[in-house]
Design a protein around this ligand. Structure first.
Ligand code: FAD
Length: 445
């Protein structure tokens, strides 16, 4: 088949790789000047370093993402240390493990800041949360995660210590916005993957920048397998006639014919592309329902070490948003020479994103000084702020079932992207699983 893939993010690159592996002729079209979508490095000449657009962490259940890394030859660059650290203001830390003693402590309600009777209440509420995730009450998509927590009797201290962070980490959005069904479904996915892999899902990280991991490796693959890549090639429409895909039209009206098309663009850019689809109302509904969530990532190059204990630390008692700090020396084996690189990620950063760069650096440095005694006298050598208003998407109550399937009613057309229906939410794995399903839909039709 002559195939066109629209969109050069993870879902598009994975689709192109797997179609080429299946022996098809592939043309990959990307609107921007480079591939990578939301997973890219942004080189900083001033400091001679290559930070990413934002820290991307992996879960051990990311099967399709690992398949992609196997295909492009970079799986060796992902590491799973099996733990992270929670840090309190003032500098006290505690290992946040996913199994063993730390996992057990969390299960029985022994969490930082949770004391006395609240431990018992937490243990009881957590049992109910897991039970309701596995056997979901009918109204779970009608309430927010916050309402679900209250209903299960989860104390506020346990929410602040762990559960609000879990919801933001899993769903990308705050507990008072996310539908309770989203974290519930993800807990089930985690449990299922854990059983399949005979070990609880754990968190890992790339030991190289995202371009090396995802993009340059794919470009090498494309060269070796005859995949044509066109960047600065925005697609205006996917063309359909008589229930069959014909190809695509670019913004400059160039028409490209194809036997098969995978449309792998984000939910906030898909609207005009698929208007010719008979079930276009489903796309419109998803576009309305899945609203973008911002992430602000701050790359801070400091004149000294701040004394992190782990590769990644979750700051306990933040401002109701998930704040994480990453030690790029540990993660990338980076030699600090004359500057230490720490990056912070602020998820669901609806307020922070509106501030100026100088304000953001001040806020983040104040935060580091509150949590890391060694950061008190640290100076910023170089800073780099990445504001991404469209980072992930929110799934509010009432949106269950709104994410469309990859297979469409149109012969030769499939859709991919983290927003289409997968076992995951807005993640790299969601993007790759959608690509696997889109390719499968085309190959079997
Ligand atoms: C800061 C940040 C941190 C994140 N952290 C994590 C994490 O820790 N773990 C995790 O699993 N996930 C994380 N994610 C989410 C993850 O990056 C995304 O879910 C995933 O990369 C989405 O891939 P995609 O291919 O669906 O979309 P995208 O990467 O957005 O790719 C879509 C591509 O389509 C192109 N395009 C759009 N319109 C057109 C058009 N008309 N014609 C041609 N091309 C077009 C775009 O330019 C883009 O390149 C994070 C995201 C961000 C932004």
């Amino acid at each position: 088949m002559k195939c066109i893939v629209v969109g050069g993010g993870l879902s598009g690159m994975a689709s192109a790789v797997w179609l080429a592996e299946a022996g098809h002729e592939v043309l990959l079209l990307e609107r921007r000047a480079a591939l990578g979508g939301r997973t890219i490095a942004i080189p900083q000449k001033a400091i001679n370093d290559v930070p990413d657009n934002g820290q991307h962490v992996f879960a051990s259940g990311y099967e399709n993402l690992f398949r992609y890394l196997d295909s492009v030859g970079t799986r060796q660059h992902v590491k799973f240390p099996g733990h992270m650290t929670a840090r309190m203001p003032g500098g006290k830390t505690r290992r946040a493990g996913f199994w063993g003693l730390e996992g057990l402590r969390a299960m029985v309600g022994d969490l930082p800041g949770v004391s006395g009777l609240d431990k018992l209440r937490t243990a009881r509420a957590q049992t109910r949360l897991f039970r309701e995730a596995l056997k979901q009450p009918a109204d779970l998509d009608q309430i927010t995660a916050e309402q679900w927590f209250d209903r299960c009797g989860l104390p506020h201290s346990a929410r602040r210590a762990m559960w609000d962070g879990i919801v933001i980490g899993l769903t990308g959005d705050k507990t008072d916005i996310s539908s309770a069904k989203v974290p519930a479904d993800l807990l089930v996915t985690g449990i299922r993957k854990g059983i399949k892999m005979r070990t609880p899902v754990s968190i890992g990280f790339p030991t190289v920048d995202l371009d090396t991991l995802f993009v340059h490796s794919a470009e090498r693959f494309f060269q070796d397998h005859g995949v044509t890549v066109r960047t600065r090639a925005p697609v205006k429409s996917v063309d359909i006639d008589n229930g069959k895909v014909q190809g695509v039209t670019l913004l400059d009206d160039e028409v490209l014919a194809a036997d098969a098309v995978i449309c792998a663009v984000p939910v906030w850019q898909v609207k005009d592309l698929l208007v010719q689809m008979p079930e276009y109302h489903k796309i419109e509904k998803a576009v309305e329902a899945l609203t973008p969530v911002p992430i602000v990532s701050v790359n801070l190059y400091l004149d000294r070490d701040i004394g992190m204990k782990d590769w990644g630390e979750i700051l306990y008692d933040g401002e109701g948003i998930l704040e994480q700090v990453w030690d790029r020396q540990r993660m990338h084996g980076r030699d600090p020479k004359d500057n230490w690189f720490f990056s912070t990620t602020v998820s669901a950063s609806y307020e922070l994103i509106k501030k100026s760069n100088a304000e953001i650096v001040t806020i983040q440095m104040d935060m580091l000084r509150r949590y890391y005694p060694k950061a008190r006298d640290a100076n910023v050598v170089h800073s780099h702020i990445v504001r991404m208003p469209n980072s992930t998407f929110a799934q509010r109550p009432g949106t269950a079932g709104v994410r469309p399937e990859q297979k469409t009613s149109v012969q030769g057309l499939a859709i991919a992207g983290d927003w289409t229906n997968t076992e995951w939410t807005t993640t790299m794995e969601g993007a790759c699983q959608s690509a696997a399903r889109a390719v499968e839909a085309l190959l079997t039709s």
